[in-house]
Design a binder for this molecule. Structure first.
Ligand code: FPP
Length: 244
């Protein structure tokens, strides 16, 4: 008998899909448009992706919206990205709520503008009891920082005498991650043809199937989600066990 988190979602849709939404800038460049136009079309692709996941019966969708490394971009582009997130949250909270979507944010809230933090808190509180798609938005997120913080929490508990070093196991660390309680992704999609994880869900994606699509994020649609799921179903997930 395999543990719940190791069950192969053999025929049905993957339970948890994570997406690295890459290629907004290249999409715009190829059309002679400013990068902002690529991000705007990227935000529209987010709407399509959420809808497609709901229609496909996926339980959890995690989107990499802004990495902790993205602060290295020019301030004007950071403002554009935060502005789009503001618009998305303001416009979509009520709609997402009415469709039973539960929003959750992972990533550090330091450096985020107070009104964005307000929108995050409002959207999480408003949708907390929903039981439809869980939409996890990774914002100012970096996996190494997340793992480091979880290690700090373990150390704090040991120092406080509430945890013995011998009791530290994978579960103890996972319980201190921001994704505590969320099953690991079954399928991780990255658009734009780049083939790397870029500090996204490093701990959680130990056994995740990775699918790289040669399209830029603004072109993402349900057809591409289905193509990625078809590829996922062709994979033989063994979680380290031998074939057979
Ligand atoms: C990568 O494209 C994309 C991002 C850094 C941000 C993703 C943001 C959005 C899709 C818009 C807003 C988000 C939400 C949740 C509404 P890139 O700029 O790195 O592309 P490039 O590699 O081609 O330059």
């Amino acid at each position: 008998m395999v543990a719940i988190e190791e069950q192969d979602t053999a025929d049905g849709p993957p339970v948890h899909v994570a997406i690295i939404m890459d290629g907004n800038g290249r999409w715009a460049l190829a059309r002679g448009l400013p990068r902002l136009a690529g991000h705007e079309r990227g935000a529209e692709a987010v709407r399509r992706a959420v809808q497609a996941c709901r229609e496909t019966g996926i339980d959890i969708l995690t989107l990499y919206a802004f990495s902790s490394e993205n602060w290295k971009r020019p301030p004007a582009e950071i403002d554009d990205l935060m502005g789009l997130l503001r618009i998305y949250l303001r416009r979509e909270i009520a709609d997402l709520d009415s469709r039973g979507v539960r929003l959750r944010f992972i990533g550090s809230r330091n450096r985020l503008a107070p009104d964005i933090i307000g929108l995050i808190e409002e959207s999480e509180a408003k949708t907390a009891a929903n039981t439809g798609l869980m939409l996890v938005i990774a914002l100012n997120y970096g996996a190494r920082a997340e793992i480091t913080r979880a290690a700090q929490r373990l150390a704090e508990d040991v120092a406080a005498g509430t945890l013995s070093p011998a009791a530290i196991d994978e579960e103890a660390l996972a319980a201190r991650m921001e994704t505590a309680g969320i099953p690991d992704p079954d399928l991780l999609i990255r658009t734009s043809g780049e083939k790397r994880l870029s500090n996204f869900l490093l701990w959680q994606s130990a056994y995740t199937e990775l699918v790289f699509l040669d399209i830029c994020w603004p072109d993402f649609s349900k057809d591409y989600l289905e193509a990625a799921i078809d590829e996922y179903h062709r994979r033989d997930r063994r979680f380290g066990a031998s074939r057979g």
